[in-house]
Design a protein around this ligand. Structure first.
Ligand code: C2O
Ligand code: CU
Ligand code: CU
Length: 457
Protein backbone atom coordinates (compact mmCIF):
# COMPACT_ATOMS: atom_id res chain seq x y z
CA UNK A 1 0.00 0.00 0.00
CA UNK A 2 1.31 3.44 -0.89
CA UNK A 3 2.11 5.70 2.07
CA UNK A 4 -0.11 8.78 2.47
CA UNK A 5 0.94 11.53 0.08
CA UNK A 6 1.59 14.01 2.87
CA UNK A 7 4.11 11.73 4.59
CA UNK A 8 5.88 11.26 1.26
CA UNK A 9 6.14 14.99 0.78
CA UNK A 10 7.47 15.60 4.25
CA UNK A 11 10.07 12.89 3.79
CA UNK A 12 11.39 14.19 0.48
CA UNK A 13 11.59 17.70 1.91
CA UNK A 14 13.93 16.46 4.63
CA UNK A 15 16.27 14.38 2.50
CA UNK A 16 18.91 16.03 0.36
CA UNK A 17 18.55 15.03 -3.26
CA UNK A 18 20.79 12.24 -4.49
CA UNK A 19 21.34 13.41 -8.05
CA UNK A 20 24.75 12.05 -9.02
CA UNK A 21 24.09 9.36 -11.59
CA UNK A 22 26.40 6.37 -11.59
CA UNK A 23 27.24 5.20 -15.10
CA UNK A 24 25.28 1.97 -15.65
CA UNK A 25 27.22 -1.29 -15.67
CA UNK A 26 28.12 -2.97 -18.93
CA UNK A 27 25.96 -6.11 -18.92
CA UNK A 28 27.92 -9.33 -18.60
CA UNK A 29 26.80 -11.61 -21.46
CA UNK A 30 28.75 -14.60 -20.18
CA UNK A 31 27.44 -17.20 -17.76
CA UNK A 32 30.88 -18.67 -17.15
CA UNK A 33 32.30 -17.82 -13.74
CA UNK A 34 35.40 -15.63 -14.01
CA UNK A 35 34.49 -14.37 -17.47
CA UNK A 36 33.16 -10.92 -18.23
CA UNK A 37 31.90 -10.55 -21.79
CA UNK A 38 30.48 -7.24 -22.91
CA UNK A 39 29.55 -5.31 -26.04
CA UNK A 40 30.62 -1.72 -26.50
CA UNK A 41 29.42 0.32 -29.47
CA UNK A 42 30.89 3.68 -30.42
CA UNK A 43 28.35 5.62 -32.48
CA UNK A 44 27.19 9.13 -33.32
CA UNK A 45 24.52 10.41 -30.93
CA UNK A 46 22.31 13.46 -30.77
CA UNK A 47 22.50 13.95 -27.05
CA UNK A 48 22.04 16.64 -24.41
CA UNK A 49 25.66 16.98 -23.34
CA UNK A 50 25.03 19.90 -20.97
CA UNK A 51 21.77 21.32 -19.60
CA UNK A 52 19.91 22.77 -22.60
CA UNK A 53 22.72 21.98 -25.04
CA UNK A 54 21.78 19.30 -27.55
CA UNK A 55 24.88 18.19 -29.38
CA UNK A 56 25.84 16.15 -32.35
CA UNK A 57 28.18 13.99 -30.28
CA UNK A 58 29.63 10.51 -30.01
CA UNK A 59 28.68 8.01 -27.34
CA UNK A 60 29.48 4.51 -26.15
CA UNK A 61 26.23 2.51 -25.97
CA UNK A 62 24.32 5.78 -26.32
CA UNK A 63 25.59 7.44 -23.14
CA UNK A 64 28.20 9.98 -21.99
CA UNK A 65 30.24 8.91 -20.14
CA UNK A 66 30.10 5.36 -21.45
CA UNK A 67 28.89 2.46 -19.31
CA UNK A 68 31.05 1.24 -16.45
CA UNK A 69 33.22 -1.82 -17.02
CA UNK A 70 33.39 -3.62 -13.69
CA UNK A 71 35.64 -6.65 -13.37
CA UNK A 72 37.61 -8.53 -10.72
CA UNK A 73 41.25 -9.48 -10.47
CA UNK A 74 41.79 -12.74 -12.33
CA UNK A 75 38.79 -12.26 -14.64
CA UNK A 76 38.98 -13.08 -18.31
CA UNK A 77 37.50 -10.13 -20.20
CA UNK A 78 36.03 -10.21 -23.68
CA UNK A 79 34.89 -6.93 -25.25
CA UNK A 80 33.04 -6.94 -28.55
CA UNK A 81 33.75 -3.49 -29.89
CA UNK A 82 31.68 -2.10 -32.72
CA UNK A 83 32.69 1.06 -34.49
CA UNK A 84 29.56 2.69 -35.90
CA UNK A 85 31.28 6.07 -36.31
CA UNK A 86 32.05 7.50 -39.73
CA UNK A 87 35.71 7.48 -38.84
CA UNK A 88 38.40 5.18 -37.54
CA UNK A 89 38.67 4.63 -33.79
CA UNK A 90 40.27 2.36 -31.18
CA UNK A 91 39.48 1.72 -27.53
CA UNK A 92 42.41 1.92 -25.17
CA UNK A 93 42.19 0.39 -21.68
CA UNK A 94 44.13 3.08 -19.87
CA UNK A 95 46.38 1.65 -17.17
CA UNK A 96 45.82 -2.04 -17.94
CA UNK A 97 48.71 -4.49 -17.98
CA UNK A 98 47.60 -6.66 -20.90
CA UNK A 99 49.14 -7.88 -24.17
CA UNK A 100 50.12 -5.19 -26.67
CA UNK A 101 47.65 -6.37 -29.31
CA UNK A 102 44.78 -5.82 -26.81
CA UNK A 103 46.00 -2.35 -25.78
CA UNK A 104 43.82 -0.45 -28.26
CA UNK A 105 46.72 1.75 -29.29
CA UNK A 106 46.95 3.65 -32.60
CA UNK A 107 48.72 0.57 -34.06
CA UNK A 108 45.41 -1.29 -34.19
CA UNK A 109 42.80 1.04 -35.66
CA UNK A 110 39.24 -0.15 -36.15
CA UNK A 111 37.85 1.21 -39.44
CA UNK A 112 34.49 2.96 -39.69
CA UNK A 113 31.83 0.27 -39.62
CA UNK A 114 34.33 -2.31 -38.37
CA UNK A 115 34.40 -4.35 -35.21
CA UNK A 116 36.98 -6.15 -33.14
CA UNK A 117 37.04 -8.51 -30.15
CA UNK A 118 39.40 -7.69 -27.31
CA UNK A 119 40.39 -10.48 -25.00
CA UNK A 120 42.62 -10.17 -21.97
CA UNK A 121 43.06 -11.14 -18.34
CA UNK A 122 43.03 -8.86 -15.31
CA UNK A 123 46.24 -9.48 -13.35
CA UNK A 124 46.18 -10.09 -9.60
CA UNK A 125 47.12 -7.09 -7.48
CA UNK A 126 45.74 -4.54 -9.94
CA UNK A 127 42.41 -3.72 -8.26
CA UNK A 128 41.77 -0.03 -8.74
CA UNK A 129 40.15 2.58 -10.92
CA UNK A 130 40.93 2.80 -14.63
CA UNK A 131 39.24 4.15 -17.73
CA UNK A 132 38.80 3.59 -21.42
CA UNK A 133 38.98 6.08 -24.27
CA UNK A 134 39.63 6.20 -28.01
CA UNK A 135 43.24 6.37 -29.16
CA UNK A 136 43.28 6.73 -32.96
CA UNK A 137 46.32 8.41 -34.45
CA UNK A 138 46.06 12.22 -34.21
CA UNK A 139 42.33 12.51 -33.39
CA UNK A 140 42.01 11.25 -29.81
CA UNK A 141 41.19 14.72 -28.44
CA UNK A 142 38.43 15.22 -30.97
CA UNK A 143 36.75 11.86 -30.21
CA UNK A 144 37.00 12.28 -26.43
CA UNK A 145 35.58 15.82 -26.68
CA UNK A 146 32.63 14.47 -28.66
CA UNK A 147 31.82 12.15 -25.74
CA UNK A 148 33.86 8.95 -25.90
CA UNK A 149 35.22 8.05 -22.46
CA UNK A 150 34.17 5.68 -19.71
CA UNK A 151 35.20 4.33 -16.33
CA UNK A 152 36.55 0.95 -15.24
CA UNK A 153 36.65 -0.53 -11.75
CA UNK A 154 38.78 -3.57 -11.01
CA UNK A 155 37.70 -5.18 -7.75
CA UNK A 156 39.74 -7.15 -5.27
CA UNK A 157 37.65 -9.97 -3.78
CA UNK A 158 39.48 -9.28 -0.48
CA UNK A 159 39.31 -5.51 -0.49
CA UNK A 160 41.02 -4.29 2.72
CA UNK A 161 38.62 -1.36 3.10
CA UNK A 162 35.33 -2.00 4.90
CA UNK A 163 32.15 -1.83 2.85
CA UNK A 164 30.77 1.71 2.61
CA UNK A 165 28.94 3.97 0.19
CA UNK A 166 31.09 4.23 -2.89
CA UNK A 167 30.98 6.88 -5.61
CA UNK A 168 32.74 6.99 -8.96
CA UNK A 169 33.38 10.56 -10.14
CA UNK A 170 34.50 10.92 -13.74
CA UNK A 171 35.65 14.51 -14.18
CA UNK A 172 35.60 16.27 -17.53
CA UNK A 173 35.11 19.70 -19.01
CA UNK A 174 33.84 20.88 -22.38
CA UNK A 175 33.01 23.88 -24.48
CA UNK A 176 30.20 24.39 -26.99
CA UNK A 177 29.41 26.75 -29.84
CA UNK A 178 26.18 28.68 -30.01
CA UNK A 179 24.54 26.04 -32.23
CA UNK A 180 25.22 23.42 -29.55
CA UNK A 181 28.10 21.72 -31.32
CA UNK A 182 31.31 20.87 -29.50
CA UNK A 183 33.76 23.74 -29.93
CA UNK A 184 36.69 22.16 -31.77
CA UNK A 185 38.41 25.04 -33.56
CA UNK A 186 40.65 24.78 -36.59
CA UNK A 187 44.18 24.06 -35.46
CA UNK A 188 45.48 27.24 -37.11
CA UNK A 189 42.80 29.59 -35.77
CA UNK A 190 43.63 31.72 -32.76
CA UNK A 191 41.61 29.54 -30.36
CA UNK A 192 43.08 26.46 -32.03
CA UNK A 193 46.57 27.68 -31.24
CA UNK A 194 45.65 28.44 -27.64
CA UNK A 195 44.08 25.00 -27.31
CA UNK A 196 47.21 23.40 -28.69
CA UNK A 197 49.41 25.35 -26.31
CA UNK A 198 47.37 24.81 -23.11
CA UNK A 199 45.50 21.71 -24.01
CA UNK A 200 41.82 22.27 -24.67
CA UNK A 201 39.78 23.34 -21.67
CA UNK A 202 36.04 23.97 -21.42
CA UNK A 203 34.03 26.37 -19.32
CA UNK A 204 31.51 23.70 -18.28
CA UNK A 205 32.66 21.20 -15.68
CA UNK A 206 31.09 17.76 -15.50
CA UNK A 207 30.97 14.94 -13.00
CA UNK A 208 29.74 11.79 -14.75
CA UNK A 209 28.46 14.08 -17.51
CA UNK A 210 26.37 16.11 -15.02
CA UNK A 211 26.74 19.71 -13.91
CA UNK A 212 26.83 20.21 -10.11
CA UNK A 213 25.11 17.01 -9.00
CA UNK A 214 24.44 16.41 -5.30
CA UNK A 215 25.75 13.63 -3.10
CA UNK A 216 24.00 13.19 0.25
CA UNK A 217 25.98 12.12 3.29
CA UNK A 218 24.91 11.27 6.81
CA UNK A 219 26.82 12.97 9.63
CA UNK A 220 29.60 10.64 10.76
CA UNK A 221 29.36 8.51 7.64
CA UNK A 222 32.52 7.64 5.66
CA UNK A 223 32.26 7.38 1.86
CA UNK A 224 34.75 6.03 -0.64
CA UNK A 225 35.19 8.20 -3.72
CA UNK A 226 37.04 7.10 -6.84
CA UNK A 227 38.02 9.88 -9.21
CA UNK A 228 39.02 9.68 -12.88
CA UNK A 229 40.34 12.79 -14.61
CA UNK A 230 38.99 12.36 -18.13
CA UNK A 231 39.64 15.98 -19.09
CA UNK A 232 41.79 16.66 -22.14
CA UNK A 233 44.11 18.95 -20.22
CA UNK A 234 42.66 20.31 -16.99
CA UNK A 235 44.47 19.47 -13.76
CA UNK A 236 42.17 19.46 -10.73
CA UNK A 237 43.15 20.44 -7.23
CA UNK A 238 40.35 18.91 -5.23
CA UNK A 239 39.24 19.99 -1.80
CA UNK A 240 36.12 20.00 0.37
CA UNK A 241 36.17 23.09 2.62
CA UNK A 242 36.79 22.18 6.26
CA UNK A 243 37.04 18.48 5.50
CA UNK A 244 40.01 16.17 5.70
CA UNK A 245 40.46 13.79 2.82
CA UNK A 246 41.87 10.35 3.50
CA UNK A 247 43.87 9.53 0.38
CA UNK A 248 43.94 5.76 -0.02
CA UNK A 249 45.00 5.10 -3.60
CA UNK A 250 46.06 6.28 -7.02
CA UNK A 251 46.25 4.96 -10.60
CA UNK A 252 47.08 1.34 -9.86
CA UNK A 253 45.01 0.88 -6.70
CA UNK A 254 45.44 1.26 -2.97
CA UNK A 255 48.46 2.63 -1.15
CA UNK A 256 50.20 0.74 1.63
CA UNK A 257 48.75 3.16 4.20
CA UNK A 258 46.11 5.89 4.12
CA UNK A 259 47.44 9.46 3.92
CA UNK A 260 45.43 12.30 5.44
CA UNK A 261 45.45 15.52 3.43
CA UNK A 262 43.53 18.76 2.79
CA UNK A 263 43.67 18.65 -0.99
CA UNK A 264 44.50 16.33 -3.85
CA UNK A 265 46.04 17.10 -7.21
CA UNK A 266 44.89 14.98 -10.14
CA UNK A 267 46.31 15.54 -13.62
CA UNK A 268 44.52 14.40 -16.76
CA UNK A 269 44.31 10.62 -17.08
CA UNK A 270 45.28 10.05 -13.43
CA UNK A 271 42.96 8.40 -10.92
CA UNK A 272 42.71 8.58 -7.18
CA UNK A 273 40.71 7.12 -4.35
CA UNK A 274 39.94 8.89 -1.12
CA UNK A 275 37.62 8.62 1.83
CA UNK A 276 35.32 11.46 2.80
CA UNK A 277 34.48 11.64 6.48
CA UNK A 278 31.16 13.28 7.22
CA UNK A 279 32.45 15.54 9.99
CA UNK A 280 30.07 18.48 9.51
CA UNK A 281 26.75 19.20 11.26
CA UNK A 282 23.43 17.60 10.25
CA UNK A 283 21.58 19.60 7.60
CA UNK A 284 24.62 21.56 6.38
CA UNK A 285 25.91 21.80 2.83
CA UNK A 286 29.31 22.01 1.27
CA UNK A 287 30.96 21.36 -2.09
CA UNK A 288 33.72 19.47 -3.82
CA UNK A 289 35.83 22.26 -5.23
CA UNK A 290 38.53 22.56 -7.89
CA UNK A 291 41.08 25.04 -6.50
CA UNK A 292 43.30 27.12 -8.81
CA UNK A 293 46.36 25.34 -10.10
CA UNK A 294 48.84 27.05 -12.39
CA UNK A 295 49.91 24.49 -14.95
CA UNK A 296 50.04 27.09 -17.74
CA UNK A 297 52.50 29.06 -19.77
CA UNK A 298 51.81 32.67 -18.67
CA UNK A 299 51.13 33.89 -22.23
CA UNK A 300 48.16 31.57 -22.73
CA UNK A 301 46.93 31.18 -19.15
CA UNK A 302 43.12 31.40 -19.12
CA UNK A 303 41.72 34.59 -17.65
CA UNK A 304 39.86 32.90 -14.80
CA UNK A 305 42.54 30.34 -13.98
CA UNK A 306 42.80 31.64 -10.40
CA UNK A 307 39.08 31.21 -9.66
CA UNK A 308 37.98 28.12 -7.72
CA UNK A 309 35.17 26.17 -9.38
CA UNK A 310 32.57 24.00 -7.69
CA UNK A 311 32.13 20.49 -9.06
CA UNK A 312 29.42 18.97 -6.90
CA UNK A 313 27.36 19.61 -3.78
CA UNK A 314 27.78 17.51 -0.64
CA UNK A 315 24.68 17.76 1.53
CA UNK A 316 24.32 16.42 5.04
CA UNK A 317 21.14 14.69 6.06
CA UNK A 318 19.35 15.71 9.24
CA UNK A 319 19.98 12.33 10.80
CA UNK A 320 21.85 12.11 14.10
CA UNK A 321 25.55 11.29 13.57
CA UNK A 322 26.60 7.68 13.23
CA UNK A 323 30.08 6.40 13.93
CA UNK A 324 31.74 5.43 10.68
CA UNK A 325 33.68 2.22 10.07
CA UNK A 326 37.20 1.69 11.36
CA UNK A 327 39.76 2.39 8.59
CA UNK A 328 42.65 -0.09 8.67
CA UNK A 329 46.08 1.45 9.26
CA UNK A 330 47.62 -0.86 6.64
CA UNK A 331 45.92 -1.47 3.33
CA UNK A 332 48.31 -3.74 1.48
CA UNK A 333 51.94 -4.38 0.65
CA UNK A 334 53.42 -2.95 -2.55
CA UNK A 335 56.52 -4.69 -3.83
CA UNK A 336 59.22 -2.04 -4.19
CA UNK A 337 61.01 -2.04 -7.54
CA UNK A 338 64.72 -1.97 -6.72
CA UNK A 339 66.87 0.73 -8.37
CA UNK A 340 69.91 -1.53 -7.88
CA UNK A 341 68.33 -3.98 -10.30
CA UNK A 342 67.91 -1.37 -13.01
CA UNK A 343 70.10 -2.16 -16.00
CA UNK A 344 69.13 0.74 -18.22
CA UNK A 345 68.55 4.41 -17.58
CA UNK A 346 66.74 6.52 -20.15
CA UNK A 347 66.12 10.23 -20.31
CA UNK A 348 62.99 11.75 -21.80
CA UNK A 349 63.21 15.48 -22.35
CA UNK A 350 59.85 17.21 -22.65
CA UNK A 351 59.51 20.46 -24.54
CA UNK A 352 56.42 22.07 -26.03
CA UNK A 353 55.04 19.33 -28.30
CA UNK A 354 58.20 17.22 -28.41
CA UNK A 355 59.78 14.31 -26.56
CA UNK A 356 63.55 14.22 -26.98
CA UNK A 357 63.15 16.74 -29.78
CA UNK A 358 60.99 14.41 -31.87
CA UNK A 359 57.34 14.09 -32.77
CA UNK A 360 55.52 10.80 -33.18
CA UNK A 361 56.28 8.62 -36.17
CA UNK A 362 54.28 5.38 -36.24
CA UNK A 363 56.96 3.81 -38.43
CA UNK A 364 59.78 4.53 -36.00
CA UNK A 365 60.74 2.76 -32.79
CA UNK A 366 62.20 5.32 -30.41
CA UNK A 367 63.27 3.09 -27.54
CA UNK A 368 63.91 -0.65 -27.28
CA UNK A 369 63.73 -2.42 -23.93
CA UNK A 370 64.60 -5.98 -23.11
CA UNK A 371 61.86 -8.26 -21.86
CA UNK A 372 62.36 -8.74 -18.11
CA UNK A 373 64.50 -5.63 -17.63
CA UNK A 374 64.09 -3.11 -14.84
CA UNK A 375 64.74 0.45 -16.01
CA UNK A 376 64.92 3.93 -14.52
CA UNK A 377 63.36 6.67 -16.61
CA UNK A 378 64.18 10.31 -16.02
CA UNK A 379 61.47 12.58 -17.37
CA UNK A 380 62.69 16.13 -17.55
CA UNK A 381 60.37 19.01 -18.34
CA UNK A 382 62.36 21.90 -19.81
CA UNK A 383 59.46 24.23 -20.43
CA UNK A 384 57.19 26.52 -18.45
CA UNK A 385 54.06 24.39 -18.36
CA UNK A 386 53.17 21.00 -16.89
CA UNK A 387 53.09 17.86 -19.03
CA UNK A 388 51.52 14.66 -17.62
CA UNK A 389 53.64 11.73 -18.83
CA UNK A 390 51.92 8.39 -19.47
CA UNK A 391 53.27 4.94 -20.31
CA UNK A 392 51.08 2.21 -21.79
CA UNK A 393 50.98 -1.34 -20.52
CA UNK A 394 53.32 -1.15 -17.53
CA UNK A 395 52.78 0.48 -14.17
CA UNK A 396 55.72 2.20 -12.57
CA UNK A 397 56.77 3.62 -9.22
CA UNK A 398 57.90 7.22 -8.85
CA UNK A 399 61.35 7.33 -7.24
CA UNK A 400 61.78 11.06 -6.79
CA UNK A 401 60.65 14.47 -7.99
CA UNK A 402 63.37 17.09 -8.41
CA UNK A 403 65.58 14.83 -6.33
CA UNK A 404 63.12 14.61 -3.43
CA UNK A 405 62.28 10.95 -2.74
CA UNK A 406 58.62 10.06 -3.17
CA UNK A 407 57.17 9.90 0.38
CA UNK A 408 55.24 6.67 -0.23
CA UNK A 409 55.00 3.92 -2.80
CA UNK A 410 52.19 3.53 -5.28
CA UNK A 411 51.57 2.07 -8.72
CA UNK A 412 51.24 4.76 -11.35
CA UNK A 413 50.78 4.84 -15.11
CA UNK A 414 50.61 8.62 -15.52
CA UNK A 415 52.63 11.20 -13.65
CA UNK A 416 52.37 14.95 -13.90
CA UNK A 417 55.74 16.55 -14.61
CA UNK A 418 55.37 20.17 -13.50
CA UNK A 419 57.05 23.05 -15.32
CA UNK A 420 60.86 22.87 -15.13
CA UNK A 421 60.76 19.76 -12.94
CA UNK A 422 62.27 16.30 -13.27
CA UNK A 423 60.57 13.07 -12.23
CA UNK A 424 62.41 9.76 -11.98
CA UNK A 425 60.46 6.55 -12.17
CA UNK A 426 61.23 2.84 -12.12
CA UNK A 427 59.52 0.25 -14.27
CA UNK A 428 59.89 -3.47 -14.97
CA UNK A 429 59.06 -4.96 -18.38
CA UNK A 430 58.35 -8.42 -17.03
CA UNK A 431 56.13 -9.65 -19.85
CA UNK A 432 54.12 -8.59 -22.89
CA UNK A 433 56.59 -7.86 -25.68
CA UNK A 434 55.45 -5.58 -28.47
CA UNK A 435 55.03 -1.95 -29.39
CA UNK A 436 53.90 0.43 -26.66
CA UNK A 437 53.35 4.15 -26.53
CA UNK A 438 54.49 6.76 -24.07
CA UNK A 439 53.21 10.28 -24.36
CA UNK A 440 52.03 13.51 -22.85
CA UNK A 441 48.39 12.95 -21.87
CA UNK A 442 47.29 16.46 -22.76
CA UNK A 443 45.25 15.22 -25.70
CA UNK A 444 46.13 18.16 -27.95
CA UNK A 445 49.82 17.52 -27.36
CA UNK A 446 49.47 13.78 -27.90
CA UNK A 447 47.56 14.30 -31.15
CA UNK A 448 50.20 16.70 -32.44
CA UNK A 449 52.84 14.06 -31.84
CA UNK A 450 54.14 14.50 -28.27
CA UNK A 451 54.44 10.74 -28.15
CA UNK A 452 56.95 7.99 -28.79
CA UNK A 453 57.14 4.25 -29.38
CA UNK A 454 58.75 1.77 -27.01
CA UNK A 455 59.42 -1.73 -28.22
CA UNK A 456 59.73 -4.41 -25.55
CA UNK A 457 61.39 -7.54 -26.90
CU1 C2O B 1 45.02 7.26 -21.75
CU2 C2O B 1 47.86 6.54 -24.56
O1 C2O B 1 46.43 6.88 -23.15
CU1 CU C 1 47.31 4.45 -21.79
CU1 CU D 1 52.08 18.12 -22.94
Amino acid sequence: MAPPAVAGLALSALLPADTLTAPPLLQNESTQPGTVEVTLTAAPAIIEMAPGIVTDGYAYNGMIPGPLLEVSEGDRVIVHLKNELDEETTVHWHGFHIPAQADGSPFNPIPAGGSVDFEFEIPEGTAGTYWYHPHPDMVTGHQVAKGLYGGIIVRDPDDPLPAMTEKLLILSDNRFLEDGSVDLPERRSMQGRIDFENGREGDIMFVNGQVMPTIPIRPGEVQRWRVVNASAARVYRLAIPEHELVHVGSDGGLFEKPVVTDELLIANSERLEFLVRGTAEPGTKTVLRDLPYDRYIPQTRPKNWDQPQDLLALEYTDDPPISGPEIPATLRWIEPLDPDEATVERVFVLTQGFINGKTMDMARVDETAELGATEIWTVENLVGMDHPFHLHGFSFQVLDRNGVPEPYRSWKDSVNVPKHETVRLIVRFEDFPGLWMYHCHILDHEDEGMMGVLEVR
